[in-house]
Design a protein around this ligand. Structure first.
Ligand code: NCD
Length: 305
């Protein structure tokens, strides 16, 4: 029987669990929470797509909780010899892995893996589907500045179609009562994305009008078919966020970006480095959010090797 507790998607997380994780994230950051000990637990990070922030912060989070961490890079593992992900995961489990943090280019991979394992599966980004720990750290970042999410106007701008961050963010923000607008070229923001509980617009000025929070997204070239964007110059003219356009946002609006930032494409450098930018704060919150998630999944349940 599989009794492990997983963290797979905002879509499959209850509001109560989300709020508890958010509260724990904030308490850990304030230094007020009793830091749960994961001593004796083994956490494996299995990233089959590139990552800087997510991978490093999961590793730091696991260490901060006292767990042992193994990072399995695909180029040095038997995945390159054709071993399936499930076989790899089962072997890691046989060595005593209690949690497997997975990033994979195919949407749904962590959700398919989870019921087949005794270890907890934590989604660190699956294809274009979800990136739930990014949404958790984004909620924590917004709360640190705005003290609430309910009623805020939040614009998510850019390549929404290919962005797992946009899907997780939109779901989480809508679950907490924000008014979410998704904006970008029609080829990258189809109307159907309104199903995420958001308003869809292709006009950047409309999206930014009165926004309290703006989340800029990278153009995900690695997932795009050709022809979706005519040229970087056209894209920038239509949907690049610069100081002139920023003036439409609400007073005290904050600028977020999950990284990596393409300066001068989706957002200008002076904004990304300006007083409205909370981009590096997001990275800081990532550590506490991932500590909260690992502790929630693993607390007191080490498996027998
Ligand atoms: C994002 C990702 O990988 O989904 N990055 C991240 O985890 N901070 C966004 C991106 O790659 O553009």
């Amino acid at each position: 029987m599989n009794r492990a507790r997983h963290f797979l998607a905002v879509a499959s997380t209850s509001r109560a669990r989300w709020l508890a994780l958010l509260e724990q994230t904030r308490a850990l950051a304030r230094g007020e929470a009793h830091v749960p000990s994961l001593r004796g637990h083994n956490v494996v990070t299995l990233f089959l797509e590139p990552s800087t922030r997510t991978r490093a912060s999961f590793e730091l989070a696991a260490r901060r909780l006292g767990a042992d961490v193994v990072d399995l890079s695909p180029s040095s593992s038997s995945l390159v010899k054709g071993e399936s992900l499930l076989d790899t995961a089962r072997n890691l489990e046989a060595m005593g892995a209690d949690a497997i943090v997975v990033r994979h280019r195919v949407s749904g991979t962590p959700t398919r893996l989870a019921p087949l394992l005794r270890a907890s599966v934590v989604n660190a980004g699956d294809g274009t589907n979800e990136h739930p720990t990014q949404a958790l750290l984004d909620c924590a970042t917004i709360l640190a500045h705005k003290e609430r999410i309910e009623g805020l106007r939040i614009a998510i701008v850019g390549d929404v179609l290919h962005s797992r961050v946009a899907r997780s963010d939109a779901r989480a923000f809508a679950m907490l009562g924000a008014h979410v607008r998704l904006c970008g070229p029609p080829s990258l923001v189809p109307e159907a994305l309104g199903a995420l509980g958001a308003e869809v617009t292709h006009d950047l000025d409309c999206a930014l009008e009165g926004a309290d929070v703006v989340v800029a997204l990278r153009l995900q070239h690695e997932r795009q078919q050709s022809g979706l964007v005519t040229s970087l110059r056209d894209y920038r003219m239509g949907w690049g966020i610069d100081a002139r356009r920023w003036r439409r946002t609400a007073p005290g609006a904050i600028l977020m970006h999950p990284g990596p930032v393409h300066r001068g494409v989706e957002v200008d450098s002076d904004l990304a480095d300006g007083p409205q930018s909370v981009i590096l704060e997001q990275v800081r919150w990532g550590l506490f959010a991932r500590m909260a998630v690992l502790a929630d999944c693993l607390d007191g349940t080490p498996t027998e090797a």
